[in-house]
Design a protein around this ligand. Sequence first.
Ligand SMILES: *[C@@H]1O[C@H](CO)[C@@H](O)[C@H](O)[C@H]1NC(C)=O
Ligand SMILES: *[C@@H]1O[C@H](CO)[C@@H](O)[C@H](O)[C@H]1NC(C)=O
Ligand SMILES: *[C@@H]1O[C@H](CO)[C@@H](O)[C@H](O)[C@H]1NC(C)=O
Ligand SMILES: *[C@@H]1O[C@H](CO)[C@@H](O)[C@H](O)[C@H]1NC(C)=O
Ligand SMILES: *[C@@H]1O[C@H](CO)[C@@H](O)[C@H](O)[C@H]1NC(C)=O
Length: 286
Amino acid sequence: MLLSLTSLVCFITAASAATGPQCNPHTNGTTFTGTAGTEQQLNSTTIRKIKAADANQGVAVDADRFYSIDNYSITKHNKTTAKPLLQWYGGEYGPIIHLDGGVVIDGILYAPHSNYPQVPLTSSVEMWDTETMEHIGSRSFGIERGSLTWIDQDQNGTWYGVFANYDRVQAGQTTPYGLTMNTQIVQFNDDWTVARGWIYPAELWQSFSPMSNSGGSFGPDGWLYITGHDATAVYVIKLPDAGDIAIWVATIWAADIAGQGIAWDRSKERTAVCTASAGTLPRSWR
Ligand SMILES: *[C@@H]1O[C@H](CO)[C@@H](O)[C@H](O)[C@H]1NC(C)=O
Ligand SMILES: *[C@@H]1O[C@H](CO)[C@@H](O)[C@H](O)[C@H]1NC(C)=O
Ligand SMILES: *[C@@H]1O[C@H](CO)[C@@H](O)[C@H](O)[C@H]1NC(C)=O
Ligand SMILES: *[C@@H]1O[C@H](CO)[C@@H](O)[C@H](O)[C@H]1NC(C)=O
Ligand SMILES: *[C@@H]1O[C@H](CO)[C@@H](O)[C@H](O)[C@H]1NC(C)=O
């Protein structure tokens, strides 16, 4: 059932992060020395806003459709008309508790899932056939580093994701939900075992607190674009050549978004689809 009409999906087009060879993540030999808090400031332009009843947690997009994602529902929409086409609905008492985003690869929508805000923190990747919207697969991690909030493949087809942790003390609990500083970007092996991991610079994870990194998607330029839970901003990230702290390259202001989901539309030039709030939040995020 469609419950409300308050959530929005918006399409933004963003200025390219720092130009020049030193800023190409694939450039051999040179490292961008972006220091947290001194990152480049960029703006984006909202090119379209669409009401979508269940765009509360995330969005996914392919050539012809976009998908609004809530805790336990996914609605496929015609990208041109925005008309809802088909919905998967798991229901309040099903095994799918908290979906947080999605990415479509070769007709399969892969969605990060967790049992947020329950303890202990568990996560899985859930899969849907985008034609039929049937649930077709699941890869459970059990207890693994936090709550899985986004997954995506880089340009080489390698899977990455984030296991988020939170400073928030959840209802009925007595300790913080894992602590935001323990949020990790991970690279997965083909069998979804964790190959590598990185943390965010302190200034960045402090800006997410008491929530965490909610969305993430690799851009056409190879940079990783992530969102917090609330701020009207997208953060541009580079994985480091040395050490284990991700590099904060740029902040892109996007007045119409409010953290949560982000997915690059790979059928278009430099267009990303984000979740949005009807109002805008102040930029007092730092
Ligand atoms: C890496 O950069 C160096 C210096 O710019 C260049 O000589 C070399 O050919 C590059 N290697 C590759 C594999 O691109
Ligand atoms: C971004 O927008 C702000 C506020 O409108 C403006 O002051 C600033 O110059 C813009 N920055 C760029 C890089 O366009
Ligand atoms: C989704 O789940 C979160 C966490 O339990 C909850 O705060 C939120 O209200 C839920 N959203 C909806 C629309 O049910
Ligand atoms: C979207 O709607 C347009 C206009 O009605 C139609 O031509 C197109 O085939 C539809 N695409 C999908 C994927 O439903
Ligand atoms: C993609 O693969 C090539 C060849 O193995 C490698 O040189 C490059 O660094 C990889 N790119 C990323 C983003 O991992």
